[in-house]
Design a protein. Structure first.
Length: 377
């Protein structure tokens, strides 16, 4: 990636030489060039929010920016990219969206996330540190920036305008008005589950901003909840890509002797899962991990894996995440252990499972979804 401060070799995480997706895009380079050409002073407190793979934090590392991210993978990519650039990790404090942001922010750089809710939550959390002289610049591809995006900046921080588009990217300029009357932060959000969804019918779900389908139960998860596998005795169950934790919570309610592992690469998701579980269950063993799937889980240590894999990485459609999740599950399962997957019919997950496990059984289906079971031999 070429920037006004030099060229940087960047990669996504986990690094895969077969991956053709870059670790930066035109939105990143547009913003960096603007900061340099506008003479934006970077000697004060610089905060970078939503940096996809560490491109912005790495390019600005000489100014010791604080990075705030919801993604474990983005955080690890930042560490690796800083190391490639010969930058000490301590030069860039790495915070999560669950951490307290800096008290004072002189330059705020925002990579617009896919989720408006996450943007809303983060702007509310950052607002106390923003002052009248703070330079606020957002960036994203044109298709990622909508009128509703600009309204959030304007409602929470102050007057907002956009740049001309360049290489399908756009910048957002916001002039902070600390005295602005803003509503309170509505996140986290909770709702009661409907009837007909098995063990969690009528139960409470708690969602932090940015979690998939944060304001309702998505139809895919509903279908899986209606066709959950039976679990008995002291089994170890993994809710892989747990989101708000409703699937793992359902498994724990159905089998109080089970130990349930909730894992996701999103800090917001794992916080949601922890609170959803606590709101509905006492005494059952549970573990909550932010990480790269089941990478750190011992081989043959899990009896059942429940999985609703994503098929998007930001704006790109890809099966890479699902493939890694299935591969991790096979390694982590004991012989005879089972992976249950919910997915859209057209994604062809049964073919991937047959390649990995040597088997795949259709357990339930409707016009849109399939529930598949693969057994570790």
């Amino acid at each position: 990636m070429a920037t006004p401060w030099g060229e940087y070799a960047l990669a996504r995480f986990p690094e895969d030489t077969r991956d053709q997706l870059r670790a930066w895009d035109a939105a990143d380079t547009y913003l960096l060039r603007h900061l340099a050409e506008s003479g934006t002073p970077l000697s004060g407190s610089v905060v970078v929010v939503g940096d996809r793979w560490g491109a912005l934090a790495t390019a600005l590392s000489a100014h010791r920016p604080t990075q705030i991210t919801d993604s474990f993978l983005a955080r690890e990519a930042t560490r690796a990219n800083l190391a490639r650039a010969g930058v000490e990790e301590s030069a860039v404090p790495l915070l999560t969206t669950q951490d307290t942001p800096p008290d004072r922010i002189d330059v705020l750089v925002v990579r617009v996330p896919k989720s408006l809710g996450l943007l809303e939550d983060q702007l509310h959390r950052l607002a106390p540190g923003v002052h009248e002289g703070t330079v606020v610049v957002g960036t994203g591809m044109v298709k990622e920036i909508h009128t509703s995006t600009l309204h959030l900046f304007e409602r929470i921080l102050g007057p907002t305008r956009t740049s001309l588009a360049e290489k399908k990217a756009r910048l957002i300029f916001c002039t902070p008005f600390p005295g602005i009357a803003r509503n309170s932060n509505p996140w986290p959000y909770s709702y009661e589950l409907p009837d007909g969804v098995g063990a969690v019918s009528g139960r409470t779900v708690i969602n932090h901003a940015g979690v998939f389908c944060a304001d309702r139960l998505d139809v895919g998860t509903r279908f899986l909840l209606q066709h959950m596998p039976r679990s008995r005795g002291p089994e170890r169950i993994a809710d892989l890509g747990c989101g708000n934790g409703v699937v793992g919570t359902a498994a724990a309610l159905a089998n109080p002797e089970a130990e349930v592992l909730f894992v996701d690469e999103s800090y917001q998701a794992v916080a949601s899962a922890r609170e959803t579980f606590a709101a509905n269950i006492e005494g059952t063993k549970a573990e909550f991990r932010v990480g790269d799937g089941l990478t750190d889980i011992a081989d043959g240590s899990v009896d059942l894996v429940l999985n609703n894999p994503p098929f998007h990485s930001h704006q790109a459609t890809t099966d890479a995440t699902a493939w890694r999740m299935f591969t991790d599950a096979r390694r982590a399962l004991r012989p005879g252990g089972e992976l249950w997957v919910i997915g859209n019919r057209h994604l062809g997950y049964h073919l991937k499972l047959r390649r990995l496990f040597g088997n795949s059984e259709l357990m339930a289906s409707d016009a849109k979804f399939v529930v598949l079971r693969a057994v570790r031999k």
